[in-house]
Design a protein around this ligand. Sequence first.
Ligand code: SF4
Length: 243
Amino acid sequence: MTTGYIHSVESFSTQDGPGIRYVVFMQGCPLRCKYCHNPDTWQKNKGEQISISTMMEKIKSCQPYFNKQGGVTISGGEPTLQIDFVADLLTACKEEGIHTALDTSGYVKQDEFKKLLPNLDLVLLDLKHLDDKQHQDLTGVSNQKTLDLIKLLESERQPYWIKHVIVPGITDDLDKIKELASYLKSLSYLKKVQLLPYHRLGVHKWEELGLDYQLSETEPPSEEKLEKIKEIIKQQNIKVEIK
Ligand code: SF4
């Protein structure tokens, strides 16, 4: 019996994909994003150990709320760290006719990710920085796997959204945004870009875990800056929203 470790669930989210979403937050993440608001998901074998059947009972009890236009989103942490559990959960959701989405940093091996594709309706891909050096500085890892995953999604004709956190001084440089926009323009199965303003809601968790929060001096971006960034992306005929 496949089991997985989950951090928590949210039964009524409007932030994690189309419509109302039942979100499963998985434990474990190989990245260490400076702005992470869920550092308590980083350890892999913590949280609640749960079977697919118990998880599905929970999901199905909420199905009347999300059934029409929403669905289930598997998030984290980095959910692909528990690839077998995620693959089985996606299969079980599709057997119930539930729309499925996976929120990932893209830090995953391609052959593992391919296991998920048959039962995945939408990928929410967090592209944290297009510049590899700055990506490494922000997250601790290279963006190569994420860029490779975009190529895979394109070749598999898999619809996906790109999420991009706007952090003043790190990801809000307008020249870099122009480079990002022209890269995004070349993608065929990209359905939407979501710009997520940096916030500090998770800082207390860093303190509780005794971790050093390096962005304590960073303020959220201004609405004016966000609108400028949105406009640059929109000019490339890409659907874009600020979340
Ligand atoms: S990928 Fe997500 S969970 Fe992992 S460190 Fe980054 S923001 Fe946190």
